[in-house]
Design a protein around this ligand. Structure first.
Ligand code: SIN
Length: 529
């Protein structure tokens, strides 16, 4: 049994920011961060574009950023949350800079601002095309300087500890007491008891297989919260990034940042036509949902497997300076930017929903908080505005920290049982897990993608039910390992995506169901593309 004051699950921008703030302010308290894989492996590390915030007061304003966010969110954002996050944003970024995060500067020394889809002004702070990497570096450096931060890499949070695990507990509200955590090297399950627990466990792109997310993005935080009976919302809003590099392979896909379109790259279909103007007057810089659906429609019309990003008219030396990682990756694939177009397709990128939290980051479970991609704050609504996610993570990590400063949460005296895995056996055949993961990913790509229909969602639901039963059987009978836990989590989050999709009766933002379109056509007599 390990006891800690603050347990943080996840080591991306949200988790590290919170941990650093708590540890600096409460030097006598222990902040334990558990994270699967290496300490820096997170969605944050792969964020290329940057952080959206108002830094150019002459051209830009909070009001403009608020309007852009609300417009992208298609009527489902919480306006108060949007206002709060956008107004707090610059303060959180200055703080991050003080901690050593470096953002690109223009020749006059001012922060250089990029443009991405859905933004009416240049407002994306970035570090070349490695913004997340740089933020992660600075935060880890800071965390390592604090002796009361205990960072446990290769530790996988299996389940949150709640009344469910306490046989004699009587309560009308579920509370969280910490988590059961697997040491991924030894396979042992550790009981971590904590005064408060924060989920900062990132996204779930791996549910689709074809994703811009790294292998660790398996929806663990949302799945754990769901099993702990926390409220989960807006899971139908999966954001597909329009431009993942197409290399004909299944699986994780390299991102070609939206900032590349902000820099002037054009989208062309297989016939070489610049098609985006037919879909939206903002063309390549329309919001992501619109661009992804437009690409999907072009691919279906022409029977193609990819569209193209044309950079040939751009200043390539400048491009290489701005986007060194993208340029290098293209070069390694034999793509010469001055004459070749970059083949791209949409890929699963971000979940706009997640564990529902209030403005302090509190979930519906007592002493359980959430921030970052696994949380649903109300900022993104039906579709996240580009580069608003790192911003949200910074602001909510701060809000959770402030809440902890105001209300000191005392240790519970409750006794927590150890993990019981009596009678389980080692899983001999690991391939079975990989097979099931592949099956799940295929099902999600095929039936729960950019365009959905009720019949396909039902089909997915039926298939998933079978997979759920098989997975639970494996989970109950075998000693845990990472793939088994990830499969179980992915089955849970897939279930939420499908279920909440079936409950949505109108198309909004990133959610598009053909049956809702037909309904709308019937009532209004027009097709709304
Ligand atoms: C990108 O660089 O295109 C991704 C940024 C984001 O998802 O906000």
């Amino acid at each position: 049994m390990v006891e800690t004051n603050f347990l943080v699950i996840g080591s991306g921008v949200a988790g590290l920011t919170l941990a650093v703030k708590l540890a600096s302010t409460f030097p006598n308290k222990r902040v334990t961060i558990v994270t699967k894989s290496n300490e820096s492996e997170s969605n944050t590390k792969y964020a290329q574009g940057g952080v959206a915030a108002v830094f150019n007061a002459e051209e830009d304003s909070f009001q403009k950023h608020i309007i852009d966010t609300l417009q992208a969110g298609d009527g489902l954002c919480d306006k108060k949350v949007v206002e709060m996050v956008i107004k707090e944003g610059p303060k959180r970024l200055y703080e991050l800079m003080e901690w050593g995060a470096r953002f690109d500067r223009d020749t006059s020394g001012k922060v250089a601002l990029g443009r991405e889809g859905g933004h009416s002004e240049d407002r994306v702070l970035h570090h070349k095309d490695m913004t997340g990497f740089e933020i992660e570096r600075a935060l880890l450096e800071k965390a390592h300087q604090l002796s009361n931060v205990i960072l446990l890499p290769h530790h996988f949070a299996v389940d949150l500890i709640t009344e469910h695990h306490l046989l004699d507990a009587k309560t009308d509200r579920i509370s969280c007491y910490g988590a059961y955590v697997m040491d991924q090297i030894s396979g042992n399950i550790i009981t971590i008891k904590s005064d408060t627990t924060t989920l900062a466990a990132g996204g779930l792109g791996q549910v689709y297989g074809h994703t811009t997310n790294p292998a660790v993005a398996t929806g663990d935080g949302i799945a754990m919260a769901y099993r702990a009976k926390a409220r989960i919302k807006d899971m139908e809003f999966i954001q597909f990034h329009p431009t993942a590099l197409y290399d004909g392979k299944e699986g994780a896909s390299f991102l070609i940042s939206e900032a590349v379109r902000g820099f002037g790259a054009l989208l062309r279909n297989g016939k070489g036509e610049r098609f985006m103007l037919r879909y939206d007057p903002r063309a390549e810089l329309a919001s992501r949902d619109i661009v992804s659906r437009a690409i999907d429609s072009e691919l279906k019309k022409l029977g193609d497997t990819c569209v193209y990003l044309d950079c040939t008219h751009l200043n390539i030396a400048e491009f290489e300076h701005e986007f060194p990682t993208i340029s290098e990756t293209c070069k390694s694939k034999g793509i010469i930017l001055s004459k070749d177009w970059i083949p791209v397709v949409p890929a699963a990128h971000y979940v706009c929903g997640g564990v529902e939290v209030d403005v302090h980051g509190r979930t519906s479970v007592l002493n359980l908080f959430a921030c970052g991609e696994c949380s649903r704050t109300g900022l993104h609504g039906a579709n996240r505005l580009a580069s608003n996610s790192l911003l949200e993570a910074l602001v909510y990590a701060h809000n959770i920290f402030e809440y902890h400063c105001k209300y000191s949460l005392s240790s519970s005296t409750i006794s927590i049982p150890y993990w019981n895995d009596e009678g389980v056996v080692f899983l001999e055949e690991h391939k079975i897990l990989q097979k099931k993961i592949k099956k799940l990913q295929k099902l999600m790509r095929r039936y729960v993608g950019i365009l959905r229909s009720n019949a396909e969602l039902q089909k997915a639901s039926t298939e998933l039910d079978k997979l759920y039963v098989e997975t639970e059987r494996l989970y109950q009978k075998h000693k845990l390992n990472t793939s088994l836990c990830e499969l179980r989590n992915m089955v849970n989050v897939a279930h939420m995506i499908i279920d909440q999709s079936l409950s949505r009766t109108e198309n909004r933002g990133g959610y598009f169901n053909m049956d809702n379109l037909i309904k709308k056509t019937k009532s209004y007599g027009k097709i709304d593309h």
